[in-house]
Design a protein around this ligand. Structure first.
Ligand SMILES: Cc1cc2nc3c(=O)[nH]c(=O)nc-3n(C[C@H](O)[C@H](O)[C@H](O)COP(=O)(O)OP(=O)(O)OC[C@H]3O[C@@H](n4cnc5c(N)ncnc54)[C@H](O)[C@@H]3O)c2cc1C
Length: 457
């Protein structure tokens, strides 16, 4: 029997359940092909492309060094490749949420393989929980995070990890003869590098996680989202570390575990309700008539809203391919509430730029902000960008880091450029010329949003 192992976004040689599966089944396998399908990232930002292709290249090279060189090809060519090599079964991580296009996800891919009469073996490679096993007593999926967390948090256990030796697979693995050379081969990262970063985080920042996670001027969170989106680290291994070291600082470890449980929760919701990727989870809000003000959307996306905290966050996104969690909440609320623009447009913009893009966390993060999702923020709780700026970037360090044109202005004026128009002008920046005027009045918009939601509630 010939088997194909689909390795996209499972960029790890160690702790990889797909390899373990092949290792266990090797007696029945005559030929095994490691396949690395490439995603179409033509509409992604350059930073995201660099990261994806660079990491893919490094993973390819690691396997090649082990004399297990994978076959790199476009997704569209995988079926033909399987047919040419009489592959009758493919092994795939069926729980990946971070594809750039949804056509690569298991819902779509399964149909493609089924049509070609190729058996699909699904293995969990990105998440801890199996969705169908997380239902409540009424056999429904949890729709409120706190109930899900309360029920399933005690089930997190340290686990024995995978047993396999990749070298022992050499006799059955057919190695690709051609080379693969991406133009981004110096970019991206490796499992080892991400593992080292994670260990550093465990040594230092996790011990002040509850305090540090909202600190904007300097990122104090783990950036594990990036490693997880590309399958560079194994979630079971992460939970093992957290549970084993839990006593070091219970409060901080628990807070961190809680965030990872959010990731599980959103993954389960996306699996159970895939339609939530394009429509409001709450039915009553499906008829919202969002604003079609293209100019507002463009200004949000370009970081030209006149609210420095929002514009700095959008600059962070473009310059780094990342955005701080606090700011993801603030800019998404600004788009969906202050500008009253459809969350799906914001979700799509984030997909283009976020290196750690994950459909489940992104979609449900956006629906949370737009008040249309499960367990969403109630519509009447609407962030004020001015207040958020005062609270989380009091000294405007974050603002000035990403908007250097405001460097010379006193921090206290930068939270509300409309109110302090003249003071800012005196310090050398003319609002409307050197930096944009605020595109909306938060208080006016707030009234409009409250009234509109109230009518539908
Ligand atoms: C509008 C919006 C869009 C988002 N889009 C994404 C996305 O595309 N990809 C993504 O991974 N996360 C997304 N998040 C969740 C969160 O912002 C990121 O996971 C987090 O900022 C990543 O940084 P970190 O790894 O340093 O986080 P840490 O604070 O170190 O958290 C550790 C891990 O917990 C998980 N986590 C933390 N917060 C959340 C959360 N709110 N929801 C789900 N999981 C969480 C992540 O896996 C994260 O890596 C989004 C949140 C919002 C509000």
């Amino acid at each position: 029997m010939a088997v194909g192992v689909i390795l996209n976004r499972m960029f790890r040689t160690k702790e990889n359940p797909l390899f373990e599966y092949i290792f266990q089944q090797q007696e029945d396998i005559n030929e095994c092909y490691f396949i690395l399908p490439i995603e179409d990232l033509s509409n992604a930002s350059t930073l995201k492309k660099q990261f994806y292709f660079g990491s893919l290249q490094r993973f390819h090279d690691e396997l090649t060094e082990l004399k297990l060189s994978p076959f790199v090809m476009k997704y569209d060519d995988v079926i033909t490749f399987c047919q040419q090599h009489q592959i009758t079964e493919v092994v795939i991580a069926g729980d990946i949420m971070s594809y750039h296009h949804e056509t690569y996800d298991i819902l779509h891919q399964r149909q493609v393989y089924n049509k070609a009469h190729i058996k699909v073996t699904l293995i969990r490679g990105h998440h801890y929980f199996q969705p169908s096993r997380t239902k409540n007593k009424q056999q429904n999926y949890y729709q409120v995070f706190t109930s899900f967390y309360k029920q399933w948090r005690p089930f997190l256990r340290t686990q024995t990890l995978y047993h396999y030796d990749l070298k022992e697979l050499q006799p059955i693995v057919v190695s690709a003869s051609g080379d693969y050379n991406s133009i981004y081969s110096n970019e991206g990262t490796t499992q080892q590098h991400e593992q080292d970063k994670w260990q550093q985080f465990l040594k230092y920042n996790i011990n002040s996680y509850t305090r540090g996670r909202d600190y904007l001027p300097q990122l104090q969170t783990s950036q594990l989202s990036i490693a997880l989106a590309y399958g560079l680290l194994d979630i079971n291994e992460i939970f093992n570390d957290l549970l084993q070291m839990y006593d070091h600082s219970e409060e901080n470890y628990e807070a961190f575990i809680r965030e990872l449980m959010f990731r599980e929760f959103y993954y389960i919701l996306m699996t159970a309700y895939p339609e939530s990727s394009y429509q409001a989870f709450k039915e009553k809000y499906r008829q919202i008539e969002w604003s079609d003000n293209q100019l507002h959307f463009d200004k949000w996306q370009q970081g030209q809203t006149g609210f420095p905290i929002i514009d700095a966050a959008m600059a962070e996104l473009k310059q780094t391919g990342f955005m701080h969690n606090r700011m993801r909440m603030v800019v998404s609320q600004f788009l969906t509430k202050d500008l009253f623009i459809d969350w799906t447009l914001g979700e799509d913009a984030f997909r283009k730029y976020l290196i750690d893009y994950d459909a489940a966390s992104n979609i449900h993060g956006w629906q949370w902000s737009a008040s249309t999702g499960t367990d969403a923020v109630p519509y009447f709780r609407m962030f004020s960008p001015i207040r958020q700026s005062e609270r989380f970037d009091k000294h405007a360090y974050y603002i000035k880091q990403y908007l250097p044109q405001l460097e010379a202005i006193d921090a206290k004026y930068l939270h509300d450029t409309h109110k302090y128009y003249q003071n800012i002008c005196k310090q050398g920046v003319t609002i409307g010329v050197d930096y944009p005027e605020q595109i909306v009045d938060h208080n006016v918009q707030r009234q409009y949003v409250l009234e509109t939601f109230k009518k539908l509630t």
